[in-house]
Design a binder for this molecule. Structure first.
Ligand code: TYC
Length: 105
């Protein structure tokens, strides 16, 4: 399915009409806090699925833990959707309620 069908924009530059291609929208992939998922599991998810190093993964995990939500990365729709389903399936199979979701940037 195509999620963004945008017509290219026509702009006038120095009396000439130019076509400006439209950038696809981007989506923030978010992790939500819960009381049951272990901190080290969340850190490992951030490292495996979002290519974070140990320190950045720990920082994001603590931010989610304190604030309730945090951004793992920003992607085009199909990549964001794939990450969300992979993380949720991975967590469910290991018995943790960790919730991954996405929202338009
Ligand atoms: N709040 C969890 C705990 O205290 C840790 C946690 C952090 C869970 C981030 C989910 O997205 C999350 N064990």
């Amino acid at each position: 399915m195509v999620h963004h069908i945008k017509t290219d924009t026509q702009i006038v530059v120095k009396d000439k009409v130019k076509t400006q291609a439209q950038k696809p929208p981007r989506y923030k992939v978010l992790l939500l806090n819960d009381d049951f998922t272990p901190m080290d599991f969340v850190v490992s998810v951030l490292r495996m699925f979002f290519e974070k190093g140990y320190e950045e993964a720990t920082f994001i995990m603590l931010q989610v833990h304190r604030k309730g939500v945090g951004v793992c990365g920003v992607y085009v729709y199909d990549v964001a959707e794939m990450k969300v389903s992979q993380v949720n399936e991975y967590s469910r199979r290991r018995g943790f309620p960790l919730q991954c979701t996405m929202e338009k940037e």
